[in-house]
Structures are given as C-alpha cells and as structure tokens.
Write a protein that binds this ligand. Structure first.
Ligand code: MN
Length: 626
C-alpha cells in the first residue's frame, strides 16, 4: 500500500546514534575558558580515537584565538599533532562562516585559503554557521570546503524570539541542504532547546531533509539529556557529548549517560565503556590543573531559559564587569541584554553577535545612558556589515549609530578586497624576514595584533628572556621597570602587565595591574623619590604611558572604561568640533569611539597607540579657541 510504504520511509532510522566528542573543543571552551593545552590532550588522544566516537571536535570556535593569545601554542601544529595520534576518527571543527575562527568578516581569499590549509592539515568535517543565520555568509566557506575535499555540515543557530519558529528553521535547513550540505546541524549554543520542542523540530527536519541531522546543545539548564533522548526518538542521527569529567553545566551532557541510556537498544552506539572510564579519570585529574579558569557561571543554571544568554557569554560578562570593577551591575546588564538584542533584530546570541550585544549592553548600563557610547562593532552591525537578522532593526538606534548613511543590503564580504597578499607583506615587514609559511600568514590575517605578539614570543621563548637577565645590557635597562613581565611564585607562572598608574595619595600610588588578564588595583609605596624622568613624560606628545593628569575640564577627553588605545584620530593643534572622534579605545575585545565634548583645539595628547588607559585619566586635552 502506498500509505504504509510512505510511513516506512518516514520511520526514524534505526542505525546507531553517532556521537561526537566535544571535550577537546567545546568541553574546555565551556568549562576552562578554552585553556586546555596540547600537552594535556596528547596523552589521552589515542584512547579517545579508539572509544567509539563517530567524530571528534578538536578545533575551531575559540580554540584558535586562545592558543595564540594565551597558550603560546600554534593552532596549526595542534591540528597536525593530534591527527598523528588520532588517525581513525574523523576530525570536526566549528567554523563561523565568513568570520572563520575570528570576530569579523574576512575577505574571500582568506576564507578559501584557511579552509584549504585546514583540510591539508587533517580537518575532515566543517560545521559552518553564521551568527545571524544569514546564509549569504556561508557561500564562500561551503564552496571552499567542497573544493578542497572537506565535508560540509551546514548549521543554523537555534534561538527563541517572536521571529523564530520551526517553519523558519526547517526553511533554513532546506536551503542549507540545497547549498550542498553533507549533513545539517541544529546548533543550540545556549542550551535553550527543551525536550518536547526538540522532538517537534527534529521530527519536522527528518520529514523535510534527506541528509543526516546532528544536534548540538548545552546542559546549562540540565535538560540536555532529556532533549537528546527526545531528539533520538524523533530520529536524530548524531549528538554532541563530552566526557563526564568535562561535561554538564555549560558544557555538553556526558557521553557515558547517553551511552548507557541507549545500551542494548536498536540505536546502541556500542562504546568501549572501560575506555570511556579511563578517559574520564584522566580529565578529572587534568581539570584540576586548570582550576583558575573555572568560573562561578559554568554550573547548572536554569535561568538561562529566562535570559537566553549562553553560559559562555554570562561568564564573559562577569569577567568584563569585574575588569570595570562593576560586578555589582551584573543584574542590570542581564536585564539590558534582551533589550539590545531586540533593538538589533533578535540575533542569536552566538559569537560574534553575543560579544557585540553583550558589550553594548554593558556600556549602556555603565555609562548610565543607552547608546551614549557605541562600539565600532555595533555601528558595523547596524550598518549591515554582519548580515541580516531575522527581526527588524530599531531605526532610532540605527540612526544614532550610523547617522544618515544607508545600511548595506548585499553580502557583506562583497565589500572586502583580498587581504592575504597585504597580510603577508605586513607580517614579513613586522618580523623583518620573508614569511613563506602560509599558515603563519593566515594566523596573522585573522588576528594581526595577537599573532605578532605570538610570533615574537615564539622566536624568543620566555626561558631565554630570563637567562638574559643578568647581562649588563639588561642591568642598564631604563629606570622604569618593564611594563610586562612574568612572575614565578611557588612554581606557578603569572603573566603581569602594568595597565596604568593613578595619582599618588594616602597609602601610596595605585597601580592597575593585569595578572593573567585579571585587573587588580595595587597600592605601591615607593621608596624612591618620584622619578623626574617619568613625571617629565606627561608633557610629551606620545610618551605619557605612566602618568596622566586628573580630569578637571570639560575639554578633557577620557575613556568610558579601562582599555587600550588603538588609534589616535587627532593631531596636536588640530581644530575639532564637539562630537568629533578623538580616539579609538579597545576594551572587552570591542573597539569604541571616544569623542570630544566641546569645540576647540587639541592642546595636549597624553597617550600613544597601545597605551592602557583608565577612566580617571585625561587622554587628550581640547581647549576652546582663543
Ligand atoms: Mn557549543
């Protein structure tokens, strides 16, 4: 009968559920701020490879940035080294479409070459998504993945708003399939998908789509095991889990739990349970080494269902607020995030949209006035440079950000000129030698500033630096101590960076010091007289790293938050109008414009590019024309 054969076709597949292990990517990204080092992956890699996984996610997302920014580790080498010891299970990476593994859109030539090199170094499956579900932003990475022999897993971001529903998601999945996806992923990065909604969505996707369906979720609200079970009942083909000692909370649910639930049934994945136990024991120990990166926000938190803010984003917001010494404003920021998200047309809160929305919400709260300070990324977003969200954008906010400029309507990357050749030249120039290695050029093209620091550090390992210390050269170093150095205490190394110095008062002079990236205020009582050389630098044009005057005048330009100066847009003696951009400050990974409040002439500039600055300091003095 036609009817029953139709039914037969629609029956959920009875093949084993495929599992992807996320421990080496999302697991430690969720629990350990993406700090897991290659040296702690290698000893257990072989066992993970043999345990019975269908895929291993071990690259992409934040791992690339984190490796060069914090770990002094080459991400390309990580890929190659792991491939050597894990030859059997296909590797998978998370790729942010045109953003690759970064926070902005890169030109097509960078996207193409990145994927080429990723495939060559051992990547097999590319889970590709766009933060706004704007599929135009996936075109180039899809094409490149197919061209270089990778598998395309087209992903859409699951989110909840009055503009998102199953029809929209199924429509997205169909288009992803038409674009050539080998499989489709429902990417529930915030862990919002409830079990019954999952059953509904997966059932509809299985009806409409013929390639395998993967489900990715987070266990933040502790619903994820139930969500997976209902998704499996609806016929989902693959799920993401982490090893139990790196699972649950803001990470994925434990592989062992799901494996036991399915044991003996038609869809039993048939794991080697004793190997899983060994892997779990291994990570239980390793995790202790990284305890300083665990945050208060990685446990179970059902409030995610109310605020719809992914766990990773909550801990980021908390860290940002702590840096601004405003942790007590957390609740206000949590309340502000949904409002900004609505103004922005309800983007899914995933990188980079989560950072843009989160930072703007933080600024709206900290400055006491919504959109008083607008980050460059917010302007770009409202200009359409990240693509088109599902809902309408608040026009008043848009106008405030981009004035009378018309937002763009095409594919954002069409506006970008090729970037690779320029990146190669810049990098070669900066390092003083011809750079032939295309992977180094790509690393630089993705994160120019961080990459340069990484390459410099790589060439001069820290050990060598300290060996050099007793030499005469170093003894004759400037009177002022270096502003960046490492301190070893009880066998642990801390990265110390002097962020800024306040005015001396009772108890000494406050120093704002970053210890492993965390801002601390330290009172220093100097045993020497204040060094005249340092004081003298106040007046210099580009010096002034250490001491700047206190705010006293309407024309004193200040930063709304501690950060680094990335660009100075005015010159001494230049005439400026109130509202003109004077400086660009980078804080919380975002750039913001700093304006002058009055008309006048630039009379003093107390900062140089790269200086760390604090809100109580005068960065530039603008004075009325006489
Ligand atoms: Mn995730």
């Amino acid at each position: 009968m036609a009817d029953s054969s139709k039914k037969e076709e629609l029956k959920p597949s009875l093949s084993p559920v495929q599992f992807m292990d996320t421990t080496l990517r999302d697991g430690h990204q969720s629990h350990l701020a993406t700090r897991l080092k290659l040296e702690d992956m290698l000893p257990i890699a072989e066992k993970i490879d043999q345990a019975g996984y269908a895929f291993i996610e071990m690259w992409g997302g934040a791992t690339f940035d984190s490796a060069i920014r914090y770990l002094n580790e080459d991400p390309w080498e990580r890929l190659r080294e792991l491939k050597k010891v894990m030859p059997n299970t296909p590797f998978q990476m998370l790729l942010r479409g045109q953003n690759l593994v970064g926070y902005r859109h890169y030109a097509d030539d960078v996207v193409e070459r990145f994927i080429d090199r990723a495939v060559s170094n051992g990547m097999n499956v590319f889970r590709i998504f766009d933060a706004l579900n704007d599929l135009r932003n996936l075109k180039t990475s899809f094409r490149a993945t197919m061209k270089y022999g990778g598998k395309v897993q087209g992903a859409f971001c699951y989110t909840v708003s009055r503009f998102h529903n199953n029809d929209l998601f199924v429509g997205l999945a169909k288009r992803l399939e038409d674009m050539g996806s080998d499989s489709i992923c429902v990417k529930d990065m915030a862990g919002l998908l409830s079990p019954y909604d999952a059953f509904d969505l997966i059932s509809k996707l299985k009806e409409a789509i013929s390639v395998p369906i993967h489900l990715h979720t987070h266990d933040t609200s502790a619903m994820a095991v139930a969500t997976y079970v209902k998704a499996i009942e609806a016929g989902v083909d693959a799920i993401d889990t982490a090893i139990s000692s790196m699972a649950s909370g803001t990470s994925q649910p434990p592989v062992e739990t799901l494996a036991r639930i399915l044991e003996g049934g038609a869809r039993d994945p048939e794991f080697d349970m004793s190997l899983l136990t060994e892997i779990a024991d291994y990570f239980k120990e390793v995790r202790k080494k990284y305890h300083e990166f665990e945050s208060d926000y990685t446990g179970v938190d059902p409030r995610v269902l109310t605020y719809q803010i992914p766990g990773g984003m909550t801990s980021n917001l908390a860290r940002q607020l702590a840096e601004q010494q405003a942790l007590h404003r957390m609740q206000d920021v949590l309340d502000e995030v949904p409002k900004v998200r609505e103004d922005f047309g309800f983007p899914p809160l995933v990188t980079p949209a989560s950072q843009i929305v989160g930072t703007q919400a933080t600024l709206n709260v900290l400055t006491g006035e919504r959109y008083k300070v607008i980050t460059s990324e917010t302007s770009n977003y409202l200009k359409g440079l990240y693509g088109k969200p599902a809902g309408p954008i608040n026009e008043a906010v848009q106008k405030k950000a981009i004035g009378d400029d018309a937002p763009i309507t095409g594919r954002p990357a069409d506006l970008l000129n090729p970037e690779l050749e320029g990146a190669e030249k810049e990098l070669s120039k900066a390092l003083g030698k011809k750079i032939e290695n295309i992977e180094d050029v790509l690393t630089y093209a993705l994160f120019p500033k961080v990459a340069l620091e990484f390459f410099n550090q790589k060439d001069q390992p820290l050990v060598k630096k300290s060996e050099k210390a007793p030499q005469v050269e170093e003894v004759q170093a400037p009177l002022i101590a270096p502003s960046e150095f490492n301190v070893k205490v009880h066998g642990e190394t801390f990265e110390v960076k002097v962020g800024g110095v306040g005015h001396p008062g009772e108890g000494g002079r406050p120093y704002f010091i970053y210890v492993d990236g965390q801002l601390e205020e330290v009172m220093v009582e100097s045993l020497l007289e204040v060094m005249p050389a340092a004081e003298g630098r106040i007046e210099s044009h580009a010096g002034g790293r250490s001491i700047r005057p206190k705010v006293a005048d309407d024309g004193d330009v200040t930063t709304p938050m501690p950060g680094a100066v990335v660009d100075i847009r005015v010159k001494l003696g230049e005439k400026v109008k109130a509202g003109a951009v004077v400086l660009i400050i980078e804080a919380m990974k975002m750039q913001s414009e700093v304006h002058t409040a009055i008309d006048g002439v630039v009379q003093a500039i107390h900062v140089a590019e790269g200086d760390r600055v604090n809100p109580d300091e005068v960065l530039v003095e603008v004075r009325p024309e006489v």
